[in-house]
Design a binder for this molecule. Sequence first.
Ligand SMILES: Cc1cc2nc3c(=O)[nH]c(=O)nc-3n(C[C@H](O)[C@H](O)[C@H](O)COP(=O)(O)O)c2cc1C
Length: 265
Amino acid sequence: MEIKRVYKVYFSATYTTKKVVDVIANELCNSIIDCDITSQSLTETIEMDRGDVLVIGMPVYGGRIPASTLQSIIKLKGNNTPAVISCVYGNRDYDDALLELRNEVEARGFKIVSASAFVARHSIFTQIAKDRPNLDDMAQVLQFAIRSKSIIETLDDFSLLQQIDVKGNMPYKVFNQLPMYPTSNEYCVECGVCASKCPVGAISNDNPRATNELKCLACGRCIIECAVGARDFSGEFFEARAVKFQDAFSAPKANEMYYAEINIL
Ligand SMILES: Cc1cc2nc3c(=O)[nH]c(=O)nc-3n(C[C@H](O)[C@H](O)[C@H](O)COP(=O)(O)O)c2cc1C
């Protein structure tokens, strides 16, 4: 099939997932529709036509894809449309996230051409995989995109693709939100950038020093967007957890790439 258009759908609070899907989408086609669902869920149904490809990327949160993204995924409608799916994780584990993403995307009428799990800096424990994705990772992302493109271009009927057997189990791991939220420190000048960039409105515009812990995803966006380094994770629970994490998950993990086999009639 000739690729005419790519829908690039992603949630990316600290921009590593975006980095991955950008490379994949750019390699597949020049015509890209950018659907950043980090701060805004899809409200309208997107029905794909022949020639369209879905490129979708999600970070791993507690071994799952972020729950809030499901309301956007259900708005996607494929008609045996090829899809390239990726999850990006912080070098601990991606557990059931890729399986969940595969199942959700397939249930919307897409055929998965390829699937991947790439390693990136952990957005809470930022010393873990702190320089990833590095140049070697990005070269692997590009290779993944090139191979995915060649499968799409050689095939015409995507119903011939066999389901990809990715890692993961059902029922999926239960998401367990840890009591850790970024707070502001003494450098805060109350500029409000964190409040305006928070995906879930957990920081008040009137008082950016306050975080609504019930809403906060701990996604790390406020930390990365603050120009003066005024937001961070801190506190005893966080510090203790960070030490444990560093001991357990510092050894670099390899990226994983899967490609669908084609059923020969
Ligand atoms: C709430 C939360 C939960 C996370 N859970 C996991 C996890 O289960 N396994 C893992 O390896 N990384 C985990 N991470 C790290 C992210 O998956 C990783 O940093 C990813 O690159 C973030 O993507 P982004 O830069 O697009 O926001 C978690 C991060 C957050 C904020």
